[in-house]
Design a protein around this ligand. Structure first.
Ligand SMILES: Nc1ncnc2c1ncn2[C@@H]1O[C@H](COP(=O)(O)OP(=O)(O)OP(=O)(O)O)[C@@H](O)[C@H]1O
Length: 303
């Protein structure tokens, strides 16, 4: 289990994280979300032991994770970190990068393991290609596979699919998160992308104003978002009265007290997102069909 206890950290005198405490069990997938600059990457760096805490402690099981002040070599065998900088070896091939830290005493095992990981990150066809010639997304996949090569007990992922095109992102994400679950590897993933969270994360930690504001399952947070910051992660929403109402919770009906005037319809694939004026406020709702500007629609809140 990962235990973060009262972690506090500043860059020079600027506080970034204040008194954070949470745990992640073996095999659990914990997503860290928050606005840009809220400290997600900083938190992963600290868990990895790249910087010294101002206060607090981090443990993996019984072992305390210590920063450079106490630890000459950053990092531990049980933990891997895929940061935004992939730090690959450009002049050797994809498979050589992935197998870099695997023992040459067991060549068959090394070969099998590398082949398995090439499949997880869907790079089998580029196994013999030199890394320097790869695209950003391909490099990101090599970095993921390399981090998994020695099967860590815990992996830290910073925006792990940010460079990967949508075409491959869905299957890659399923492969990687399924692999981590199958191998019971704890995963702490910092992300802006709700698709990295929904269906994969066991818990979602939201950072705001240097602190953890919530730590709960994505399902609970989706059903009861509590704050606009949380609702915005899941999709378009409105504040009606004091309540947070997602766009999909506003249903068009033949008559109601909520009378809205259409401003714009955005094509979203299987539906249109409608922007409308309700009294003097802009609201968003969903419609199966395109709606004309300035037409009137009656709305009902469904929960
Ligand atoms: N090396 C550094 N020195 C000084 N300040 C830093 C350093 N790295 C980050 N910061 C600051 O710390 C704060 C948190 O940055 P961090 O990169 O952890 O946020 P983030 O949530 O990961 O952002 P993003 O989602 O944009 O990646 C920001 O205000 C940033 O400017």
């Amino acid at each position: 289990m990962l235990t973060v206890k009262n972690l506090t950290f500043s860059y020079n005198k600027t506080p970034v994280l204040k008194d954070l405490s949470f745990t992640a069990k073996q095999g659990e997938n914990v997503a860290i979300i928050g606005e840009s600059g809220s400290g997600k990457s900083t938190l992963l760096n600290l868990i990895f032991g790249e910087s010294d805490l101002n206060q607090g402690q981090i443990f993996w099981k019984d072992e305390q994770v210590l920063g450079p002040k106490y630890n000459l070599v950053v990092g531990y065998d049980f933990m891997k970190y895929v940061s935004q900088e992939f730090d690959l070896m450009p002049f050797i091939t994809v498979e050589e990068n992935i197998g870099k830290h695997l023992s040459n005493f067991f060549p068959e095992e090394k070969k099998e393991r590398t082949a398995e990981l090439l499949e997880v990150v869907e790079l089998t066809e580029l196994a013999k290609t030199k890394v320097k010639t790869l695209s950003g997304g391909q490099k990101q996949r090599v970095a993921l596979a390399r981090a998994l090569a020695k099967q860590p007990e815990i992996i830290l992922l910073d925006e792990p699919f940010s460079h990967i095109d949508n075409f491959q992102k869905q299957s890659l994400r399923r492969n990687v998160f399924r692999y981590l679950k199958d191998k019971n590897i704890t995963c702490v993933v910092a992300t802006h992308d709700r698709e990295d969270v929904l269906g994969f994360a066991d818990r979602m930690i939201v950072l705001y104003d240097n602190k953890i504001v919530v730590n709960d399952s994505p399902e609970n947070l989706f059903k009861n978002p509590e704050a606009p910051l949380i609702a915005s992660f899941f999709g378009e929403f409105n504040i009606i009265g004091d309540a947070i109402i997602y766009a999909h919770q506003l249903k068009m009906v033949t008559n109601s007290e909520l009378k809205a005037t259409v401003i714009h319809a955005y094509f979203k694939g299987h539906y249109y997102l409608i922007e409308a004026l309700l009294d003097d406020d802009v609201v968003f709702f969903e419609s199966k069909t395109n709606l004309e500007k300035n037409t009137t629609q009656y709305l009902e809140i469904i929960r």
